[in-house]
Design a protein around this ligand. Structure first.
Ligand SMILES: Cc1cc2nc3c(=O)[nH]c(=O)nc-3n(C[C@H](O)[C@H](O)[C@H](O)COP(=O)(O)OP(=O)(O)OC[C@H]3O[C@@H](n4cnc5c(N)ncnc54)[C@H](O)[C@@H]3O)c2cc1C
Ligand code: FES
Length: 257
């Protein structure tokens, strides 16, 4: 159930160029699953009015803490980056349908492909898949080395490959270039990132089951305003889906790319 809570900032740190890691504590944590997101009020007043949707990158049920990793680029995320330990943040969540961790059985292999600010939700997903005995392979794409993060955390969980557009870390180019070379063997793929990347993956792995998470522009975040509507493919019974309430994760082939 989506609830509203004023959560306490435990920790905030800059972990790469314009990239921040923010850990909050509160009761909502116990209801979070990988691939869901929270809708964050970034200021103390109603300006800016709209909340910002941010994925759940790490869940710790014991301490009731969760972590977000976000790029501070616009007015809202810039304000969020100023929050310090002990302050409170108004959070709505957890929202949406996350990644199905039971889509691959224990002993199987999952391929996790992330692009830029689509990488954070894959971290909690990788943790939970590993906990179920699933091997994970991580292919993470970024613009440049200076915006990469969580290499140690992903590497502890499985084979981790970096791709950068400018070639400053890992393979130069797109994640699909590396996947062409690697030809990984896996049972299911999970991905979050820009639309062209999600589309390329659908094309690259037509015979594999896959789950795609969309980071569409949002307003209300709870299914009331139609800001995040996407057209569906002919195979789907509905003409459109709302990314916030029907997603953000969809099986491949649902959203028209
Ligand atoms: C389900 C979901 C999960 C996301 N997870 C992350 C994450 O883990 N880390 C991260 O860095 N970013 C994430 N994003 C993108 C993030 O929400 C935007 O980068 C952020 O809202 C931009 O706000 P701003 O204040 O920096 O920019 P502004 O330009 O001030 O934003 C103006 C308005 O546009 C909306 N907006 C702008 N860009 C986006 C975008 N790409 N997606 C959605 N709304 C946008 C804002 O919410 C706001 O309402 C996610 C988006 C969605 C939908
Ligand atoms: S953001 Fe309002 S319906 Fe999805």
């Amino acid at each position: 159930m989506i609830r509203n809570e004023r959560m306490t900032v435990v920790h905030q740190a800059k972990i790469a160029h314009n990239i921040f890691e923010l850990t909050l504590q509160g009761e909502l944590v116990q209801e979070m699953t990988p691939g869901q997101f929270v809708h964050v009020r970034v200021g103390e007043s109603f300006e800016p009015l709209l909340r910002r949707p941010i994925s759940i990158a790490n869940i710790n049920n014991e301490t009731k803490e969760f972590t977000m990793i976000y790029r501070a680029e616009g007015r809202g995320t810039e304000l969020l980056s100023k929050k310090q330990a002990g302050e409170v943040v108004d959070v709505l969540g957890p929202i949406g349908n996350g990644f199905p961790v039971d889509a691959v059985q224990s002993g199987g292999t999952a391929l996790l492909v992330g692009g830029g600010i689509g990488v954070p939700p894959l971290h909690e997903l990788a943790k939970q898949l590993n906990a179920r005995g699933v091997r994970t392979i991580h292919v993470l794409g970024f613009q440049s080395e200076n915006v990469t993060f969580y290499e140690e955390q992903f590497s502890k969980l499985g084979d981790t490959y970096y791709v950068t557009a400018d070639g400053t870390k890992g393979t130069k180019g797109f994640v699909t270039n590396l996947l062409d070379e690697l030809k990984p063997k896996f049972d299911v793929f999970y991905s979050c990132g820009p639309l062209p990347m999600l589309k390329a993956l659908e094309t690259q792995f037509p015979d594999k089951p896959g789950y795609l998470s969309f980071e569409e522009r949002m307003a209300c975040g709870i299914g009331a305003c139609f800001a995040c509507v996407c057209n569906t493919t002919e195979k789907h019974e509905k003409d459109y889906v709302k990314v916030c309430s029907d997603g953000p994760v969809f099986p491949k082939g649902v959203v028209a790319l």
